[in-house]
Design a protein around this ligand. Structure first.
Ligand SMILES: [Mn+2]
Length: 380
């Protein structure tokens, strides 16, 4: 049995003014040809199909067109769970039609734990699959009582009759964030301890955009396209082959259809650095320039734009930084450790570097707002 595991497509995503749909279309073409070439039996999509709960029509069309092609051009079965960016109900709405196309969707957590388990037999191999869409703690604890993690464990455990595979869109173990993920610490289960998932023979994770292994047999496939300029590492997905009850696991790099470049330069060397940019891609490469200046320079941005367009690239993000202004230590790597209030305090410091402490009334208003948001059940 041959399986591909991917996640975090974020169809409909933009980077500043840039529409990413041509890159998504290339990825889906590439994915389809891999399903055919590798004779894939099972495609797992571990959440964040769309970038928003109300995706644009073009993104919906791209998604359903892809499912149609998988249905008509391959023998693959497709299993999908909703992520924190998706509307689970939107994904589940066409479920009855999708079944005849060998597509199964889990959009929302069901009170019946059996609904999340599926046993399949392909080519003489049997696999038990547990598929848990993104959830918030109140969905696990409808009465507001008890321990979310203990309830989650009851969803994940079933007497084993075959190898078991888990699909999950959440934070698990100790992970390295890419920075483009939406913080989901409000869910009450901040990071699922690896001992909860380690009984599975493979865990297909979604949510973190940097591909990585977080425990024995537990992998984030990462997003198929870079979501930000800082995501410079190769994007990938996971290929698994189940042979005689044992998984062979391999990472496959996804070709980059549009290069994103960061140029860190100053007034003296920006031209040389832009001239040194290589690595052409099918679609016009985009450039972010982080420029250290002593003072604003009239007309500089136009000169930079021209130099970049001569390289057949485009300036998408211009970040001048004046050496007179105080630098603020940005803690991107620690974002998931910070509370929303701490993030807000950092933002305040960044916005008003000369101000003393944040005023108490502003702090209290913010706390109240957070309280309201965390009590509103339908906010994605
Ligand atoms: Mn995501």
């Amino acid at each position: 049995m041959r399986i591909l595991h991917t996640s975090d497509w974020h169809l409909g995503k933009r980077l500043f003014k840039l529409d990413r749909s041509p890159e998504h279309a290339r990825f889906l073409d590439w994915l389809l040809s891999n399903l055919i070439d590798k004779k894939i039996d099972l495609l797992l999509v571990a959440g964040d199909i769309f970038d928003t709960p109300t995706p644009p029509h073009q993104s919906l069309e791209m998604f359903y067109e892809f499912l149609h092609r998988v249905s008509t051009e391959t023998e693959t079965q497709t299993l999908i769970i909703a992520g924190n960016h998706d509307s689970g109900l939107l994904l589940e709405a066409p479920s009855k039609i999708l079944v005849s196309h060998r597509v199964k969707v889990w959009g929302k957590l069901s009170a019946n734990q059996e609904d999340h388990w599926l046993k399949i037999n392909i080519k003489g191999e049997t696999l038990e699959i547990c598929a848990i869409p993104f959830f918030r703690s109140y969905e696990l604890l409808p009465n507001g009582e008890g321990d979310a993690l203990s309830v989650l464990k009851t969803y994940l455990s079933k007497p084993r009759t075959a190898p078991q595979l888990l699909m999950l869109h959440h934070l698990a173990g100790i992970f390295e964030a890419a920075g483009s993920e939406q913080v989901i610490t409000l869910s009450g289960v901040d990071s699922i301890p690896t001992e909860v998932i380690e009984a599975f023979d493979y865990v297909a994770l979604g949510h973190i955009h940097k591909p990585q292994k977080i425990a024995k047999n537990a992998y984030y496939s990462g997003s198929p396209i870079p979501m930000r300029f800082s995501e410079t590492y190769p994007k990938s997905l996971m290929f698994l082959e189940l042979k005689k009850g044992i998984f062979e696991i391999e990472k496959i790099d996804i070709p980059l259809s549009r290069a994103l470049h960061i140029v860190k330069a100053d007034e003296a060397n920006w031209r040389m650095k832009i001239d040194g940019l290589a690595n052409q891609s099918e679609f016009t490469p985009m450039v972010e320039i982080q420029l250290s200046l002593t003072q604003p320079v009239m007309g500089l941005i136009d000169e930079i734009k021209e130099a970049i367009s001569k390289k057949k690239m485009e300036l998408l993000s211009y970040l001048p930084n004046y050496s007179g202004s105080e630098k603020i230590e940005r803690r991107h790597d620690r974002l998931f450790e910070l509370s929303p209030l701490e993030v807000f305090q950092e933002f305040y410091k960044f916005k008003y570097p000369d101000a003393p402490e944040m005023p108490a009334d502003l702090k209290n208003d913010f706390k109240e707002l957070i309280q309201k948001v965390s009590n509103a059940p339908d906010q994605a």
